[in-house]
Design a protein around this ligand. Structure first.
Ligand code: DON
Length: 303
């Protein structure tokens, strides 16, 4: 299939809507300054063909998309023991919600809500220099040096009162081993990684190739683990909108409040869209429209 004309058409269709609806995340001050009228889309097939259009090489704050890659590190390093303190159920609640944690004794519903990602960060901090490891994994996966945006990380640390509450609450249940400040520093930094659509489409490539590195052929996760990451993306990757995403798009997706969404078509390709203005559940408004157009035009879906 020729993907470049499909992506060009999507950019042309959505251009009149750029900056017209949705709101850039403003609860992280450094993100509130990002111009809303940007849109990029990129894909990479399992065979290594690439197509991209719009602002596809502009770096943006990947935010919760980073949770895909910290989960990958956790699954790779810890295997089944990762799941001792993290569930695998959709939360049906906003990504920063506190309500389920008390009833569920400090065990977050899944690794993609903030509490779950903080729990993963804690396990990683116990193992190694977690900030260096996540940068090293992402740089290797996309073939470019990847770094943190220190301004965004500092902005999150200065205003992340809910995340601090989640971490302290889990600590009170004995579910966090390390110093809360150290764990949050890892969490805020991985959320503040900057990458472009093209880099993310490349970096997620192992998820459509049964866990195999997009360039080197190394096994990043086992085939079974990679399929499980896709299952979690479908059920939990877009928070309380996961059902709506499955209904409208029909692909495993992971979104971030920077406006990026990564989607996987298993055994075919990985795709990343980015546009900063969000719909209320925290995913990119035009990103969702772009993914709907993509699946409608190509007929690609897991269903
Ligand atoms: O902790 C936060 O709230 C942000 N660093 C990440 C939230 C996020 O991206 C949720 N995704 N839609």
């Amino acid at each position: 299939m020729q993907f470049q004309p499909v992506l060009d058409e999507i950019v042309a269709t959505l251009r009149p809507e750029l900056g017209q609806a949705g709101h850039v995340a403003n609860y992280i001050p450094a993100l509130a300054r990002v111009p809303a009228g940007q849109f990029g889309i990129a894909l990479r097939t399992c065979d290594g063909d690439e197509a991209h259009a719009g602002d596809s090489t502009t770096p943006f704050s990947i935010q919760s998309i980073s949770k895909l890659f910290t989960l990958t590190l956790g699954m790779r390093e810890l295997g089944e023991t990762l799941w001792e303190r993290i569930g695998r159920e959709p939360s049906g609640n906003p990504f920063n919600s506190l309500v389920q944690l008390e009833a569920e004794h400090g065990i977050p519903r899944n690794p993609f809500i903030n509490a779950g990602a903080i729990a993963v960060a804690d396990r990683l901090v116990s193992l190694f220099d977690a900030k260096a490891e996540i940068l090293s994994l992402l740089s290797s996966l996309c073939g470019d040096p990847v770094d943190f945006d220190e301004e965004v990380a500092a902005s999150e640390a200065a205003t992340g009162f809910r995340n601090a509450a989640l971490a302290n609450f889990m600590k009170s249940f004995g579910r966090i081993d390390n110093d809360v400040g150290t764990v949050l520093d890892m969490y805020f930094h991985h959320c503040a990684i900057r990458m472009s659509c093209l880099q993310l489409a490349r970096a997620a490539g192992f998820l459509c190739r049964d866990g195999v590195h997009p360039y080197t052929g190394a096994q990043i996760l086992s085939e079974r683990q990679a399929r499980r990451v896709n299952a979690l993306m479908l059920t939990c990757g877009t928070y309380d909108a996961a059902g709506e995403f499955a209904f409208r798009i029909g692909l495993p997706c992971k979104s971030g409040v920077g406006g990026g969404i990564v989607a996987v078509v298993p055994d075919h390709l990985t795709l990343c869209v980015w546009s900063p203005a969000l719909e209320p559940s925290g995913s990119s408004l035009l990103g969702i429209k772009a993914l709907e157009l993509f699946t409608a035009k190509t007929g690609l879906s897991i269903f």
